[in-house]
Design a protein around this ligand. Structure first.
Ligand code: FVH
Length: 290
């Protein structure tokens, strides 16, 4: 169904970008926000303002929720729970896999069709080719409302378990923050000798681009369980070299706190007899739940 009427609950930076994308794609877009003034710009662009959550939910078959966290989602939806039967709820609020499963159960008890989503974009990226959204939960909501969802970003449906989208969203963000940690440490280190960040940045970017090629190799080793497969730089060598990173930080007066946790993990894995393998074997030390 194209041009389905859509309601957007939550007009923070992200909710506003989502509502604007829906308007631009020609959807009748009803908006609600706790602080009503945030709806004004969108209303000027053609959105319909709902005075209450109940009015907003009644306005459209698809309700996109983009609030701060799952507590605010429950605070917003609890009072209208009785009116959700038959409504498709696409909750794009960030949360954990457990929260998504609980929200899906809560929605099912009220007869609502629930789709969870993880937005892999910042607001200016919405409705550009760079943005994608991970979805999990009701396949029927995803398929029925695909056109509206595609107006926001490229859509990826991961499966019926509502936890799948937040799990992979958080995994992607974890990878990102690991990379950001290394970037910040690298700039602190070069800055300790007065090298301007802008001068070092192109080399850092080149190195990270080339090292991102390791992702596929690690994945093959993790899936096969053979961490020695195709190893180029073995763990024993890397553990010894990693010590230099921590020592250099100390010598240069840079805190090693963003880098430090990896050192003991490498040492443990080498001590356990895996020095000939690759770094990918560290996943066994991270998985504390069988
Ligand atoms: N912005 C980003 O870069 C990221 C990208 C990836 C996905 N996240 C997640 O999207 C959710 C919303 O993020 P946001 O950027 O829109 O956040 P804010 O601009 O801070 O707006 C928060 C909205 O939530 C409303 N709100 C907060 N608490 C309550 C509550 N108890 N009851 C009802 N509404 C509530 C708030 O309303 P108001 O303060 O304007 O009245 C805003 O509408 C989020 O999960 C990100 O992690 C964004």
């Amino acid at each position: 169904m194209s041009n389905t009427p859509v309601t957007v609950l939550g007009l923070g930076d992200m909710g506003t970008a989502l509502a604007r994308a829906l308007l631009k794609a020609g959807h009748r877009t009803t908006v609600w926000n706790r602080t009503a003034a945030k709806a004004e710009a969108l209303v000027a662009e053609g959105a319909l303002r709902a005075e209450t959550v109940a009015e907003a939910v009644a306005a459209s078959p698809l309700v996109v929720v983009c609030l701060l966290d799952y507590d605010s989602v429950r605070q917003t939806l609890d009072p209208v729970a009785g009116a959700l039967s038959g409504t498709a709820v696409a909750n794009l609020t960030s949360g954990t896999p457990r929260q998504a499963r609980e929200m899906a159960a809560w929605a099912a008890e009220r007869g609502a069709d629930y789709l969870d989503g993880g937005i892999m974009a910042v607001p200016p990226m919405i409705a550009t080719p760079a943005a994608f959204v991970l979805y999990s939960g009701s396949r029927s909501v995803f398929e029925t409302h695909r056109a509206a969802l595609d107006a926001l970003a490229q859509s990826h449906y991961l499966g019926e378990d509502a936890a799948l989208a937040p799990l992979q969203d958080i995994a992607l963000l974890s990878g990102m923050y690991g990379m950001f940690s290394g970037i910040l440490h690298a700039f602190a280190l070069t800055g300790s000798e007065g090298i301007k960040a802008a001068d070092f940045a192109p080399m850092l970017q080149r190195w990270l681009n080339s090292m991102s090629g390791a992702v596929a190799g690690f994945a093959a080793q993790i899936d096969s369980g053979d961490h020695a497969q195709g190893v180029v730089s073995n763990l024993a060598m890397q553990a010894a070299a990693y010590h230099h990173l921590l020592e250099a930080a100390e010598e240069q007066g840079v805190s090693p706190e963003l880098l430090a946790p990896l050192g003991p993990l490498m040492a443990r894995r080498v001590a356990d007899g895996h020095g000939h393998e690759d770094l990918s074997g560290l996943v066994h030390l991270l998985r504390t739940r069988a």
